[in-house]
Design a protein around this ligand. Structure first.
Ligand SMILES: CC1(C)S[C@@H]2[C@H](NC(=O)CCCC[C@H](NC(=O)C[NH3+])C(=O)[O-])C(=O)N2[C@H]1C(=O)[O-]
Length: 344
């Protein structure tokens, strides 16, 4: 059934509310079967007062996980890796439990502890401590493996960035090339995603971009968190992209342009998260109030909140964004962009 037209009045209200709750700027871009709807409010740069634009490049955080999952599913299609094979078969001795499979990792069921919990127990000091650091994958794994597994392999969904560090290690081991090369050769070049770059370990964003302003825990003060290596995230969250590119990526994914239909079916085998959410392989499902389910990912990097979802057939994609973080009120408000975009 065709989707109701987006509710642009409500969408504009949501963006304005996010600004009133502390986001310097916010935007939403809907690509609806070739027609783009673009709304923006506030500023990309608090210093110059430059207005935010839907074309601004942003740090997309964990939306990167969907890119990493797509690369691995392409490697499954090429017969170079199997979802139900233990990770240690490909990376001998890496994980403490040889029962953890590639599928466990991509569906956040491995039990591997999320090192971000350690790094960011205190938001701003944690960020300041890592913003200029360049981590190796091994160092991030050591941070995770310093803690016990949170659950038996495969038992439950337990979100962990560590899973997509393992995904990056698998990609580099199997392809013998960097994840940057994998994203470029397998996704950004074929789809002509000109705004999408894996700039790690550089700490600057190329081209025209929105600055990001994280919120301090106690005072609510805004800290300019734009310049950072995002090395704590890498294949779990270090891509830079734009709303146009992310929408194009999600549409291509659901239209079967990036993997075989067999692997796309694997990607949408859902593990329940709560009553309205589920997780597949590097892909979230959100069940909306109007009975529509949408597929994509959210992202949180210091100063950068992103929502990126598409309809099951890929005909309508939304990327919405606010250039703040560590602000639960803004997060809850911006969640409503999904309802406005897909339920009308
Ligand atoms: C599951 C999430 C939300 S967290 C995960 C990943 N981002 C991180 O792990 C960074 C967390 C620290 C961000 C920081 N917060 C704190 O330091 C709080 N102590 C802030 O808000 O600036 C990402 O992206 N994912 C989101 C996702 O997948 O949607």
């Amino acid at each position: 059934a065709a989707l109701a037209p987006p509710d642009t009045t409500e969408l504009r209200k949501v963006l304005r509310t996010a600004l009133s709750q502390g986001a310097p700027g916010a935007f939403a871009r809907i690509d609806d079967n070739g027609t783009a709807l673009q709304l923006a409010a506030g500023v990309a740069d608090r210093g110059t007062g430059r207005a935010i634009a839907t074309g601004d490049r942003i740090r997309i955080g964990s939306v990167t996980k969907t890119f990493s999952a797509v690369v691995l599913l392409q490697l499954v299609d090429e017969g170079r890796i199997k979802l139900d094979t233990p990770v240690n078969t490909y990376l001998p001795g890496l994980l403490p439990d040889k029962r953890i499979t590639v599928r466990h990792v991509l569906s956040h069921r491995s039990g591997l502890y999320d090192y971000a919990g350690t790094l960011f127990a205190r938001a701003v000091p944690g960020f300041e401590n890592v913003r200029n650091k360049v981590f190796t994958y091994r160092q991030l794994m050591d941070l995770s493996l310093a803690e016990p597994l949170t659950n038996k392999p495969g038992a439950v969904y337990s979100y962990s960035n560590t899973n997509f560090i393992v995904a990056g290690m698998l990609i580099e081991k199997i392809t013998k090339k960097s994840v940057a090369t994998a994203y470029q050769d397998r996704i950004t070049k074929p789809l002509k995603l000109a705004d999408t770059h894996y700039v790690h370990p550089r700490n600057t964003i190329p081209g025209t971009y929105s600055r990001g302003y994280m919120t301090a825990d106690s005072t609510g003060r805004k800290i300019d968190s734009t310049r950072q290596t995002a090395s704590w995230a890498q294949s779990a969250g270090a891509l830079v992209s734009s709303a146009k590119d992310v929408n194009k990526f999600l549409t291509a994914l659901m239209k079967g342009k990036l993997t075989s239909s067999a692997q796309l079916k694997q990607m949408v085998r859902w593990t329940p998260v709560n009553s309205t959410q589920a997780y597949g392989l590097g892909l979230r499902r959100r069940d909306l109030s109007c009975g529509i389910s949408v597929y994509g990912h959210t992202g949180t990097v210091q100063g950068y909140y992103t929502w990126a979802f598409t309809s099951k057939d890929g005909r309508r994609s939304l990327t919405s964004f606010a250039n703040t973080s560590n602000n639960g009120t803004v997060y809850a408000t911006m969640n409503r962009t999904l309802e406005s975009a897909f339920c009308g």
